[in-house]
Design a protein around this ligand. Structure first.
Ligand code: PMP
Length: 404
């Protein structure tokens, strides 16, 4: 079992005090804190390596290119992709989904075609499809959920029609914590000859991912939620799909030859990486992944599951506690309201006690409508959180309740 007290020493920010109180950071679904090794890697690269990648014959450029391409291999191994050709660096989950929504709809869809998403999607997995729908006359179909926040799989099957071209769903909900049965979702879609994109923003940081075992066609995640830096993310795509898609943006890096009449495109994955890539970010993401691998994704998952169960048990004892998301298979995200206290008031007062939680609709307004609420307070956990921090959260909520 992981020892969070030891692990916390690797994350200098966790020793901060805010308003004179020890920081209790429970906003990990928004972004995670960075271990010292990641911050050091960024500084080290700028101090000792920095040069633009791929195009240079000189020492530094070759060294920077080596780190960047090694990072691609580290990401490949992290999600068990078959080849580094299938690992595209992007700015994050949002850009990865936008890339697929734009390029897939252009190459593989026509008016009247359909995309299936779910009722619990983040706006990043709704709006890009709506934009494609607006451009091309595509329809969105939505898998409904039950009151525990689980997908209704029978209804999912009924959504398929001869016009269904893609399914795009979250692996783990950033509001409900529900771990969706993605393997089953993918297998059903494949039975209908339909590819699947998995939004792994909330799964890649918390559990082992094997894209070949899942058999997903696309998988997206963000560096900054995976203990790496901001501004870097990943799109995995099966080679057979990436080959069929047109480039997303034009410019340097993604070309083979350019004349004023015609451009030929680079091989995978560079076809999708126009412009100077965030080579410092990719390397720092690889260092974050190395850190996660040292702890072990299985260990991380087991620890966070136990901590979530503990938190749910302790919070349940608070009178007036209402949880949103009580799926049987639930990860480290806890959304709640207490009595009729407004989520914003509760979040603001918790902040004054040093406890960082998120409030609002969590970029999932359609889900809020389904739940019949405006927003929730969300505590989202990581492997460096402790039972003592959960106890602080519970004590703080109890104390604030007295004030209302
Ligand atoms: N999908 C989910 C499930 C998320 O939780 C988030 C981030 N909150 C995103 C997509 C978007 O991630 P990013 O802002 O890093 O692109």
């Amino acid at each position: 079992m992981l020892n969070a007290d030891n692990i916390r020493k690797d994350f200098p920010i966790l020793s901060l005090s805010v308003y004179g109180k020890p920081l209790v950071y429970l906003d990990n679904a928004a972004t995670t804190q960075k271990p010292r090794s990641v911050v050091d890697a960024i500084a080290n690269e700028y101090y000792n390596v920095n040069a633009n990648v791929h195009r240079g014959v000189h020492f530094l450029s070759q060294k920077a290119t080596e780190l960047h391409e090694q990072a691609r291999e580290t990401v490949r191994a992290f999600i068990h992709a078959r080849s580094t050709s299938e690992i595209v660096f992007t700015r994050g989950t949002t850009e990865s989904i936008n890339l697929v929504a734009t390029c897939f709809s252009q190459a593989c869809m026509k008016e009247g075609d359909e995309v299936i998403i779910s009722a619990m999607e983040h706006h990043s997995n709704i709006v890009p499809w709506q934009m494609a729908a607006g451009r091309m006359g595509i329809q969105l179909k939505v898998i409904p959920i039950n009151d525990k926040g689980e997908l209704l799989m029978e209804d999912y099957e009924k959504l398929f029609s001869p016009h269904t071209r893609l399914v795009s769903v979250a692996h783990v909900s950033n509001v409900l914590g529900t771990v969706n049965p993605v393997k089953e979702i993918i297998s059903i879609a494949h039975d209908h000859g339909v590819p699947v994109l998995i939004d792994g923003a909330q799964s890649a940081p918390h559990m082992p991912i094997d894209v070949q075992e899942l058999d997903c066609d696309f998988f997206a995640f963000s560096g900054h939620k995976t203990y790496g830096p901001t501004g870097i993310g990943v799109l995995y795509g099966k080679e057979k799909w990436l080959d069929q898609l047109p480039p997303y943006q034009g410019g340097g890096e993604m070309i083979q030859h350019v004349s004023f009449q015609h451009t030929t495109y680079n091989e995978l994955p560079y076809k999708f990486e126009a412009g100077t890539p965030d080579y410092v970010g990719s390397h720092a993401l690889a260092v974050a992944i190395d850190y996660l691998n040292t702890l072990g994704m299985d260990n991380i998952h087991a620890y966070e599951r136990q901590l979530t169960d503990y938190a749910m048990r302790q919070m349940q004892q608070i009178e007036g506690m209402r949880f949103f998301g009580t799926a049987d298979n639930k990860d480290a995200v806890i959304s709640f309201l207490v009595g009729d206290i407004h989520h914003l008031d509760l979040g603001t007062l918790l902040d004054r006690l040093g406890i960082a939680v998120r409030t609002g609709h969590h970029c999932a307004e359609p889900l809020m409508h389904r739940l019949g609420i405006e927003g929730t307070v969300r505590a989202s956990l990581a492997f460096y959180n402790t039972r003592e921090e959960i106890d602080s959260l519970v004590a703080a909520i109890q104390r604030l309740k007295q004030m209302f």
